[in-house]
Ligand binder design. Structure first.
Ligand SMILES: Nc1nc2c(c(=O)[nH]1)N[C@H]1C(S)=C(S)[C@@H](COP(=O)(O)O)O[C@H]1N2
Ligand SMILES: [Mo]
Length: 406
């Protein structure tokens, strides 16, 4: 076995998944040897492609092959402090049977301030309205909280050098922003909502600007189903994830998901963009760094996809590789996900894709028989002109592997 096989990593080895009827049919078709008749007319692929969590027919999983060009970084352990504190989620261990990332493995971008106000008396100020309560207490918020569903969050600064470990999924509990705004009487001219969080730190950051707030329109908050989260995966938020209360805006980048929320203020239309919006202007694909909040496009996550694990199998005499990946972002289900190994090869349809929603992520898999040993650059695309996927199309989520045995 070549030494680049990583047998200890958490690749999914579960062989026990049951086949559905269509898969059984596909298999019996294959086994029956009728592979030659009218294969091109079939509505399914002529190969038996088990879902990504299932064993390759008669195969044995040898291990996973690490991605190349990604230097080791601490994974699944929080390190650093305050604005420079991080935790990177280990995507290589994901599988569809585990629908959420446990809170202690959910990525962290900015750890709690050492100057944090006491959590016991936390309140959210409600500003810029003409009548209604001036404060939301934590008792009030927890009393209104409801299950908000499973949603993904990705940092706009999620990069290959951290194994793209700044993306995670959790099951959230909280209160819809629209429900909160209905409790206050708003001046009709104040049609924007400024949401701010505690963001003062004891230490100076090497790379980040303190100050966390974002301006939304009510429509944006409503359309996204934004909520103030008080629980993650059925437990109160951890301090590093924004306890006692954070904003969650499904479908938007994490930079808009303000932690340690302490103020919600209705503001006039011509309000300036916040420092946080400006800091993330390029990463949320704004044109330049606009001055006014209303010049910002919603910081939404466009359709994206990437490989998360390369499995090495032996099947009979043959060495086979299986690429496992995720698909997330966007707003319409993907019909045609394609994969390419090295720029010289053609794109081909990804074998297995089971996507039921754009949020959270879905899994796909592709059995791969490299023609020869060597370095391969893996790139994905959505072969549908109507789908906007600028980051994906720019090659942002490309990953590479070295194959020593075929
Ligand atoms: N107050 C505050 N909120 C914040 C930030 C911050 O630095 N301060 N970082 C934002 C960014 S850039 C991201 S990606 C998400 C990360 O949330 P998480 O650490 O719970 O994953 O929080 C957002 N909310
Ligand atoms: Mo972020």
């Amino acid at each position: 076995m070549p030494n680049n096989v990583n047998t200890s990593s958490g690749g999914s080895t579960d062989p026990g998944g049951k086949l559905n009827r269509r898969q059984l049919f596909r298999r019996s078709f294959f086994v029956g040897g009728a592979l030659f008749t009218g294969v091109d007319k079939l509505p399914w692929r002529p190969f038996f492609q088990p879902p990504h969590n299932q064993r390759l027919e008669g195969g044995q999983l040898l291990g996973t092959i690490p991605f190349t060009g990604e230097a080791p970084v601490p994974m699944e352990n929080a390190f650093g402090a305050e604005l420079d504190g991080r935790l990177y989620t280990n995507l290589s261990a994901l599988n569809a049977q585990v629908p959420v990332i446990p809170a202690d493995k959910f990525y962290i971008r900015t750890r709690a301030s050492q100057l944090m106000e006491t959590q016991k008396t936390w309140q959210v100020r409600l500003g810029g309205h003409t009548a209604g309560p001036p404060l939301l207490t934590m008792e009030g918020l927890k009393g209104m909280a409801k299950p908000m569903g499973v949603h993904l969050m990705e940092c706009a600064g999620n990069v290959r050098s951290v194994h793209f470990g700044m993306i995670s999924v959790a099951d959230w509990t909280g209160t819809s922003l629209i429900d909160i705004l209905e409790r206050v009487k708003v001046n009709p001219k104040a049609n924007r909502v400024l949401i701010s969080g505690f963001d003062t730190y004891a230490t100076k950051s090497a790379s980040s600007v303190p100050g966390a707030s974002w301006v939304f329109t009510k429509e944006e908050l409503k359309n996204a189903g934004a909520f103030l989260a008080t629980e993650m995966n059925g437990s109160p938020l951890t301090i590093d994830h924004g306890a006692p209360v954070r904003l969650m805006v499904p479908g938007w980048y994490g930079c808009a998901c303000i932690k340690w929320v302490n103020e919600i203020a209705c503001t006039r239309d011509a309000v300036e963009a916040t420092s946080q919006m400006q800091e993330y202007a390029a990463r949320t694909m704004q044109s330049g760094m606009p001055k006014l909040a209303r010049e910002y496009k919603p910081a939404i996550i466009e359709q994206a996809a990437m490989p998360i694990r390369i499995e090495k199998w032996v099947q009979g005499e043959k060495t086979r590789y299986r690429v496992i990946g995720i698909l997330w972002g966007g707003s319409a289900l993907v019909k045609k996900l394609q994969i390419r190994f090295n720029p010289e090869e053609d794109y081909m349809d990804v074998h297995q894709l089971e996507q039921t929603s754009n949020d959270p992520w879905s899994f796909w898999s592709h059995v791969w028989e490299p023609k020869q040993p060597g370095s391969y650059l893996i790139r994905l695309r959505i072969a549908e002109p109507a789908v906007v996927a600028r980051r994906l199309d720019a090659g942002y989520y490309m990953r590479s592997v070295d194959i020593s045995e075929v």
